[in-house]
Design a protein around this ligand. Structure first.
Ligand SMILES: [Zn+2]
Length: 180
């Protein structure tokens, strides 16, 4: 890694530099490599049965937002489905790589995943690991609908709870609706 911002400006803060090194280390532990030509840009090739593509974790900073403003890697991908990408974002989060997502230009620094409460893919009711049972298409639809209509939280229940807790959650909702 190189102690500089993308535009060559040096990183004066030891704290920021240490955090970058630490994140770089965490990235390498889960199969990311640093680009030879672009220091501080990490990537991982995905070669699943169904999908091939690349995920990037970019800790280079930009001209406008230097890396010392936020040392968390910006993540983006090439040729992957939303579904595959979201799994990778969860993996990155679980492994302390603090990914920032870029679905929307106006998304908050920590990304939408934090705001809807599934940063690590665990059920919000009981803590069960639900990474392999969530219907990520619903999440994708939900994000876009939410963005357009600014309503609807049902889809959040769909992606944040395991089957059992979802049932509980829906029972409670029905009850409340009937009471009113
Ligand atoms: Zn649960």
């Amino acid at each position: 890694m190189k102690r500089q911002n993308k535009d060559g400006r040096p990183i004066h803060s030891d704290k920021i530099w240490k955090r970058m090194l630490w994140i770089g280390d965490n990235l390498e532990k889960i199969g990311y490599r640093e680009s030879k030509n672009s220091p501080n840009l990490f990537y991982k090739q995905i070669n699943d049965k169904e999908e091939r593509g690349v995920i990037f974790a970019d800790i280079r900073g930009t001209d406008i937002i230097p890396i010392w403003a936020d040392a968390s890697p910006i993540t983006y991908h090439k040729d992957l489905s939303f579904k595959r990408y979201i799994k990778e974002v969860i993996l990155l989060t679980r492994n302390k790589c603090f990914p920032r997502t870029t679905f929307y230009q106006d998304s908050e620094p920590d990304g939408w995943a934090f705001s809807i409460g599934i940063p690590e893919g665990y059920c919000k009711g009981c803590g069960k690991d639900i990474i392999h049972e969530v219907d990520w298409d619903i999440l994708e639809d939900g994000i876009y609908n939410e963005k357009i209509k600014k309503i609807g939280i049902e889809w959040i229940v769909e992606v944040c709870f395991c089957q059992d807790c979802k049932m509980q959650e829906n029972l409670v909702k029905t009850f409340i609706k009937e009471e009113n």
